[in-house]
Design a protein around this ligand. Structure first.
Ligand SMILES: NC(=O)c1ccc[n+]([C@@H]2O[C@H](COP(=O)([O-])OP(=O)(O)OC[C@H]3O[C@@H](n4cnc5c(N)ncnc54)[C@H](OP(=O)(O)O)[C@@H]3O)[C@@H](O)[C@H]2O)c1
Length: 236
């Protein structure tokens, strides 16, 4: 019998002062959205409740520019009780529309992380206070974009030590590859999209001996199956 208790899902995170958890909701064939970026909804209501409980548990929720552009998410806690986390958008080129909900709705503070070379809103500014609750933070980019460690250091310096990397696949994969995720929730819905945006993508390995095999717990959430990966178990 696969457990269905959401409290059990969150037990490893409750009370922890510091953690980084990634999450993705995907189809059986590993897609998080169609090629055009349509992703509402792959998972059912029980899984969406899980996501809102995760948001309520963290200080900051991080998404990539692709998600902000495609979904125009609010990233607030609506299905459960709890505080809204600080919203963090990774936008190295400063390509996002300032009219997106997280930059205009004032529902929670938002950090808009842009590359130092992105066109500044205010010429010469390194940090700019925008619309009330929105702050632009400029960070250096290397060949692979922002170093995820720099992003966590920036958040930690602000006292944001419980962090959710909410998506999409590119963003979660970069934190996973950098070894910075403590846990990863992968919620699998029984549909086949057949094409579209992938979930986790990591550098190629030659042999299955090199594949990652963290300890996992399974939960049934409505018609979805949640895999809760303990990524620190690989270090044991
Ligand atoms: N099912 C789910 O759980 C779920 C969750 C979230 C989103 N989604 C869907 O997923 C799709 C978007 O996912 P995606 O994988 O295509 O994109 P994404 O991860 O949302 O965004 C990727 C982009 O964010 C920026 N970025 C992220 N990490 C960075 C880093 N370390 N350094 C520099 N830049 C970084 C880059 O922007 P530039 O492109 O400007 O370089 C990168 O191309 C949307 O269609 C959304 O609907 C699904």
């Amino acid at each position: 019998m696969i457990p269905t208790d959401l409290d059990e899902v969150f037990a490893p995170l409750e009370g922890a002062k510091r953690f980084v958890v990634g999450q993705l909701g995907q189809s059986l064939d590993g897609r998080i959205a169609t090629a055009s970026g349509h992703s509402h909804y792959i998972n059912g209501p029980e899984d969406i409740e899980r996501l809102h409980r995760l948001r309520a548990l963290v200080h900051a929720v991080v998404v990539g520019a692709g998600t902000v552009a495609a979904d125009n998410p609010r990233l607030t806690v609506r299905m459960v009780e709890g505080p809204n986390p600080v919203r963090v958008a990774l936008d190295p080129r400063g390509r996002l529309d300032p009219g997106r909900a997280i930059f205009t709705d004032d529902a929670a503070p938002t950090l808009w992380i842009q590359g130092v070379d992105a066109a500044p809103c205010v010429p010469g500014a390194t940090t700019t206070i925008l619309h009330d609750n929105v702050e632009i933070v400029r960070m250096p980019t290397g060949e692979a974009g922002f170093n995820p460690r720099d992003i966590l250091a920036e958040l930690n310096a602000r006292g944001l030590s419980r962090v959710l990397i909410e998506g999409g696949g590119v963003t979660v994969s970069r934190f996973l590859e950098a070894g910075l995720l403590d846990r990863l929730h992968v919620s699998v819905a029984s549909l086949l999209i057949g094409s579209g945006r992938p979930g986790v993508t990591l550098p190629e390995v030659q042999s299955l001996d090199e594949a990652r095999r963290p300890r996992v717990r399974h939960f049934r959430l409505g018609s979805d199956l949640l895999f809760d990966l303990d990524l620190r178990s690989e270090e044991a």
